[in-house]
Unconditional design. Sequence first.
Length: 231
Amino acid sequence: MELWNKVQEQIKATKKKYPKYQRAEQTVQFMLKGLLRCSDCGATLVMQKTKCPSVQCHNYARGSCRVSHSISINKVNTAVITGLEKAIKDMNFTIEPAANAPKSKDSVNYDKLIKLEENKLDRAREAYLSGIDTAEEYKSNKTKIQAAIDELMKQKEKAIPKQKEINKTEYAEKVQNVLTFIKSPDNTEQAKNEVLRTIISKIIYVKSENTLNIFFKPVSYTHLRAHETSL
């Protein structure tokens, strides 16, 4: 029973480190494997067989993403290390609502409802500009629609689950330990990848801005606000 419990804990730990469709048994050739994401389509950046080791959007390589996100591995590694150092210095670990928090079948898509009301607002304005509605009618419609939008915004805010505050000092120490580990030439890329997954949820490469957005996660896997670093 003791051995069985240890195995179950190991299975849980592995599932947390490796999101859906990412397998631990895959060969890790660079420490950021599986963590880098394309800012345009969200696909993983994969290693390219080029003279200079680099990564590229998986979907772009297949022709289903229109924006190239090619970047050298050395450059992105340096940028991530710089970003982690800046995060520690700034103590920038503010918790934000988890984007992938589980939703019940009865959950309301407030963004969609708000968008519908905004579309109504656009149509009301067009009706006024076209002479279909009078100024008074447009004003009345606008007031009603805006009130509906404001109410939906309030309901959306209430529906967002409250997140627990993290101990920034303790978390900064955790990030520092990871940083020290990945900077050591004695550790393998596989080991560095394993350690990075304990603090990083994903890293989005924004090609148009030449920046990386590093999304952190504490032990409880509550998502943290993206920390941006320039390349």
